[in-house]
Design a protein around this ligand. Sequence first.
Ligand code: FAS
Ligand code: PHB
Length: 404
Amino acid sequence: MQSIKSKVAIIGAGPSGLLLGQLLAKQGIDNVIIERVSGDYVLGRIRAGILEQGLVDLLREAGVSERMDAEGHVHDGFAISYYGKPYRIDLNKLTEGKTVMCYGQTEVTRDLMAARAEQGQTTYYSSSKVALHDIESAQPSVTFEQDGVTYQLECDYIAGCDGFHGVSRKSIPAEKRQEFERVYPFGWLGILSETPPVADELIYCKTERGFALASQRSSTRSRYYLQVPLTDKVEDWSDQRFWDELKHRLPQESADALVTGPSIEKSIAPLRSFVCEPMQLGKLFLVGDAAHIVPPTGAKGLNLAASDVAILYGLLCKEYKDNEANASQRYSELALSRVWQAERFSWWMSNMLHDFKDDAGEANNMDQKTFARFMKSELDFYLSHEEGQKVIAMQYVGLPYPQI
Ligand code: FAS
Ligand code: PHB
């Protein structure tokens, strides 16, 4: 067993772990990241595309924003197409100047990985048998294997940034955590294509045939999604079938302008709302998807991970830099207040925009056609009043981070 030491052990080299590691390192707070898969495998995941201002500011503070500022696209608004009638949500006007940045999570991860490697920070990729020990003691540790060597990492704190399927949340005894969950009765079939985006801004489509989203990664690379039944498989969807169905769901002007091409990535993601409370126990903190999951309808997953990181980073700086003992004990309470606001918004957007015929309404204690009428009239009200559009805009750009 090879013994190593660090102030903070970070489990997981996704955006949460890499961003936390980068910010702590800039403050001279020593940290080590332990990741289950290879760096290339992490980069192969196609996920989020919209960054709130809070995340943009964090990436600038972390010193990794040069490519984002050069290649990302600032979006002043987005559209909701309501049965073919597009309503533009003017983020800039409705939030007095706030916007979002369109820049892929893959690129954020790439920038963070490059910075970490350049600074010679320690990351153990392709690790196995990762286990957390003594998380409620003063000397927690992490054991893991890499290239046949077993390591014991002694640390002050463990940041569980290892996603929904990681080891960290499960290291909190079941009797000491509560889990809240809603699994949606449909998935998102996503396609990535080297084709020019169909519009300058994102279009969320509510139609009789189901939900669709037109997003983008650059002026030459598009990202589209279709709501599909959970019983569908990727192989059921040829590119042609995907494009034909997308045209049915886009507003007519966009359908007519759509440029199609071969998919370079195609996958189906399930949708769930999930929160684990508390988000810490002893010296273990749960960060990002390790603690919560949102349906991507509100573009909040990556952005919630970022606000968790900002809160934990701020509290650890108070401890290590300002000698404020136990400041990090406030993490869960501060993080959860913003988590639940984003969970509610993502749940609301998912209810408004999707077709629930597969749910038969049992999750809403009513038959599906009645639920559908309620949702149709609710979205109609929000879209038809500036006050309603403002509520959507406030959440979409991201609520303020809690004061540390
Ligand atoms: P991640 O899951 O990204 O990273 C966790 C890391 O921990 C992984 O690299 C994993 O390999 C590693 N790990 C797991 N177990 C481990 C162990 N035992 N030991 C060591 N390491 C371990 N969000 C949006 O806002 N918009 C979207 O469009 C969107 N689309 C998504 C599509 C899919 C298919 C998925 C799964 C998620 C999507 N999300 C989206 C949410 C996504 O962006 C997450 O919020 C984001 O990846 C969270 O980052 P992390 O918390 O770092 O978790
Ligand atoms: C994406 O570009 O992948 C994306 C954008 C907005 C969402 C979900 C996904 O709400």
